[in-house]
Write a protein that binds this ligand. Structure first.
Ligand code: FMN
Length: 406
């Protein structure tokens, strides 16, 4: 199927225009062979390229382009299918926007197109063109340094409850994972993640439990979470636990149970955030919002976890506003390379700023993901890049430090 990929990228410092002309000559031959056409724009700093042709060939060439050391921060803007080529008559031409009058440049580029498409401005691909030529999106180009410019240095603050027997008879345990502000070198809060005593997932803990028994088990597990938090001396931190939204609905005295256990362990509700998963919240939103009022009235904060993984998205925020949302790994993954993910995360950040909702990113694994998110305005992160969840303890946090020579 005729496939179009559009990307933009940043030229590397030491690359001359002359060497680019040679590269384009070689690219032309290769594209010709693979039946790939398109156009390459250059504005002195950024490339913008449209590639079109059979899907496999376009993907293979794009894969090579992404590995090319002559440019960096390659961000895919469009991946789409079309009935006909837009630049079918041009092999691969390098079009230097600086050599043309700004007023006429768009028309000049479009004149290179397959005639049918020359003046169809509502085509998404051509809209991307127009935006690049007119440089109206530039404030959203976050130029992040290479991953190798950072060291991640573990601190020596790991702690565990192994010396402290919390409850031998407990049928669950918890892994703890910090949420950090890497630049402030500060732990913002610690999340208690439900596990079986030998460290298996929450699904294993809930296996075989149905109906009310499932919600009771969910609530009961928080007794262990608070006891372990106390044994870990987490009293100085904010601390979060996860609840199934229906636990609050199905167990009428749930909030009082939480308050009692918190008090027994020397904690206060104001330091505790209760996290709910987006997809679970939306299925029983009316019951859920009334339960949330009880939690808020008791002093707890509320967060929506896995934001962006479910089907509610931003419209969930019309129903109720949590204190924090945690953007899910599905949106975070390779955000530095994906135009659509970048656009969605920027919309989430803007929306949450208007509503004074704190935003954090979870599941951060790559330095580039973290750097892009920092550039976009997020400062609080959870993920394997900084600290893995640790059963019955907290692992050392790997704090980023910029390498001196880069
Ligand atoms: C901005 C830019 C655009 C490029 N466009 C193409 C292209 O359209 N077709 C192509 O074959 N190579 C293109 N290349 C070069 C590829 O990255 C790669 O060097 C080339 O495909 C040869 O790869 P190979 O030596 O592994 O076969 C481009 C490189 C850059 C930096």
């Amino acid at each position: 199927m005729l496939t179009t990929i559009i990307y933009r990228s940043h030229i590397c410092k030491d690359i001359s225009l002359h060497s680019l002309k040679d590269m384009v000559a070689a690219a032309n031959l290769k594209n010709d062979h693979a039946d790939v056409t398109g156009i390459l724009l250059f504005n002195g700093t950024h490339f913008f390229q449209l590639l079109e042709g059979p899907e496999e060939s376009v993907l293979s060439i794009y894969h090579h382009i992404c590995q090319d050391k002559r440019h960096y921060n390659v961000v895919e803007l469009l991946y789409d299918y079309a009935p006909a080529r837009r630049f079918g008559k041009t092999g691969m031409e390098l079009f230097d926007l600086r050599e043309h009058d700004r007023e006429e440049v768009l028309q000049t580029v479009l004149d290179k197109g397959t005639s049918k498409y020359q003046l169809i401005y509502n085509d998404r691909a051509l809209q991307f063109f127009r935006t690049f030529v007119e440089a109206t999106e530039k404030e959203n180009y976050f130029e992040i340094p290479p991953a190798e410019s950072w060291d991640f240095i573990p601190d020596d603050n790991a702690r565990s409850t192994t010396a402290v027997v919390v409850d031998n008879a407990a049928d669950c345990s918890f892994a703890f994972q910090p949420m950090i502000d890497p630049f402030a070198q500060k732990i913002i809060s610690v999340e208690a993640l439900l596990r079986t005593p030998c460290g298996n997932s929450p699904a294993a803990y809930f296996e075989g439990l149905t109906g009310k028994a499932r919600y009771q088990a969910d609530l009961d597990s928080k007794k262990i979470a608070f006891a372990m938090a106390s044994a870990l001396k987490l009293g100085e931190f904010s601390f979060s636990v996860n609840l199934l939204p229906m636990t609050l609905v199905m167990i009428p005295d749930a909030v009082n149970f939480l308050l009692r256990e918190i008090q027994i362990n020397g904690l206060v509700p104001e330091q505790i955030t209760v996290e709910f998963t987006e997809s679970e919240v939306i299925s029983r939103i009316d019951d859920f919002t009334s339960s949330i009022r009880q939690l808020k009235a008791a002093g707890f904060s509320v967060a929506i976890d896995h934001f962006g993984a479910g089907f509610a998205g931003l419209s969930l925020l019309t129903q109720f506003q949590p204190d924090r949302i945690k953007i899910n790994r599905e949106l975070i993954k390779d955000v530095h390379k994906s135009g659509p993910r970048q656009a969605i995360i920027q919309a989430v950040i803007k929306c949450c700023a208007s509503l004074e909702i704190a935003v954090s990113a979870v599941g951060v694994e790559k330095p580039e993901e973290w750097m892009w998110l920092e550039s976009a305005g997020i400062s609080q992160f959870q993920g394997h890049l900084f600290a893995i969840p640790c059963l019955s303890g907290i692992s050392a946090v790997a704090w980023p430090e910029k390498k001196a020579d880069l």
